[in-house]
Write a protein that binds this ligand. Structure first.
Ligand SMILES: Cc1cc2nc3c(=O)[nH]c(=O)nc-3n(C[C@H](O)[C@H](O)[C@H](O)COP(=O)(O)O)c2cc1C
Length: 348
């Protein structure tokens, strides 16, 4: 897929994810073959006001390119100003979040609620494109507010007519929870009505799912979110599938543990040991959730008190997995819980 002059070939996009899409996650995803990574959503107000936390969220290294920055906002002038500021750090794409359904976002008229107001959406996209200094602009949308108000084809026309270079569609409505299946049929309908590249998103957990999505909908590419958590191998497997027709399958446990530790080390480099610790525990659970003994790992991991204790625990756990003594748990149940809530070990 080409986004203006940026050619991603057949490579996939890894989604913007709040509290996940930090530099270590992006670097690991890229290293394993993701074509384009994103920052998590950043507030346009925060960018304009030079808010330190916002700056931290959208800063990236040159070695991370190509990268997209996702903006959250509502006021076309402020979003335009934020785009102008962002264009100085030269991301490869600037995306508008038009899909976040969280009450704290939609109650301020941002995220998914923007697609209820086509005129405002038009003004925002126009303002972004004119401030972007030639950097391509994309919009990430859901199908509509709910199943009685699916307006994706109208929204896409607005986005396209106002100069966006790419559109990303998460094939759910704002009122759908993760329990509802993504509706890829809509992606097919959308593709028939759009001439800029279309990226489909939703419920691709295996490399073959992404290929199926493209084959059945004619989408130009696919964005992966939950399927990439603890699983950067998704991207290399997909690339092999496209290049050779064969998915090499899950890597062995040595490789998974090696990449888990590499990911943890990147987190420490990025955030320092103390601030990296919670992220490291979360990532470790995702990497190891499909292996035997995940319940005992969960029991122990949140009791660990330091990064060295965590690494020790991971290596001991690897040995126990290899010894074949750990109980294989109900993966289907764990993955159902994970799909509904990525922090599946929390009761709330
Ligand atoms: C933990 C988490 C954080 C997310 N944060 C964002 C975000 O910052 N911006 C955004 O557009 N979508 C966000 N999403 C939605 C994903 O980008 C994606 O659209 C959605 O999860 C569907 O894709 P999937 O079925 O591959 O998970 C988030 C999803 C998850 C699971």
């Amino acid at each position: 897929m080409k986004i203006d002059s940026l050619d991603l070939g057949h490579k996939l996009l890894v989604a913007p994810m709040a509290d996940v899409s930090d530099a270590p996650f992006r670097k690991i995803s890229k290293k394993h073959g993701a074509g384009l990574t994103f920052t998590q959503m950043v507030s346009a107000d925060g960018v304009v006001n030079n808010n330190f936390d916002t700056l931290r969220l959208y800063s990236f290294g040159r070695d991370e390119k190509p990268i997209g920055v996702q903006l959250l906002g509502r006021d076309p002038a402020i979003i335009g100003e934020a785009v102008s500021e962002l264009s100085k750090v030269k991301p490869d794409l600037i995306d508008l979040n038009c899909g976040c359904p969280m009450e704290k976002v939609t109650s301020k008229g941002m995220g998914a609620s923007l697609s209820d107001d086509p005129q405002l959406l038009a003004r925002i996209v126009k303002s972004m494109v004119s401030a972007a200094e030639g950097i391509p602009v994309s919009v990430k949308l859901r199908l509509g507010k709910d199943h009685s108000n699916i307006n994706i084809t109208d929204s896409i026309k607005v986005v396209e007519d106002n100069g966006a270079s790419l559109v990303i569609v998460h094939a759910r409505t704002s009122s759908d929870s993760y329990q509802t299946d993504s509706n890829w049929d809509w992606l097919k309908k959308v593709k028939e009505n759009v001439s800029i590249p279309l990226v489909g998103n939703g419920s691709c957990f295996f490399p073959q799912d992404a290929k199926d999505l493209m084959d059945t909908t004619s989408c130009d590419s696919v964005m992966i979110a939950r399927g990439a958590l603890g699983n950067p191998f998704y991207f290399s497997r997909f690339n092999s599938l496209m290049e050779t027709g064969l998915d090499p399958g899950e890597p062995d446990i040595e490789e998974v543990v090696k990449v888990t530790i590499e990911h943890i080390n990147l987190l420490v480099q990025e955030f320092g040991e103390i601030n990296a610790f919670e992220r490291a525990k979360k990532q470790t659970v995702w990497y190891l959730k499909n292996y035997p003994g995940i319940s005992s790992l969960l029991d122990n991991i949140f009791k660990s008190k330091s990064m060295s204790e965590l690494e020790e625990l991971i290596l001991t756990h690897e040995k126990s997995i290899k010894s074949g003594k750990l109980e294989q748990e109900n993966i289907f149940e764990i993955n159902t819980r994970f799909k509904n809530k990525v922090l599946f070990w929390l009761s709330e």
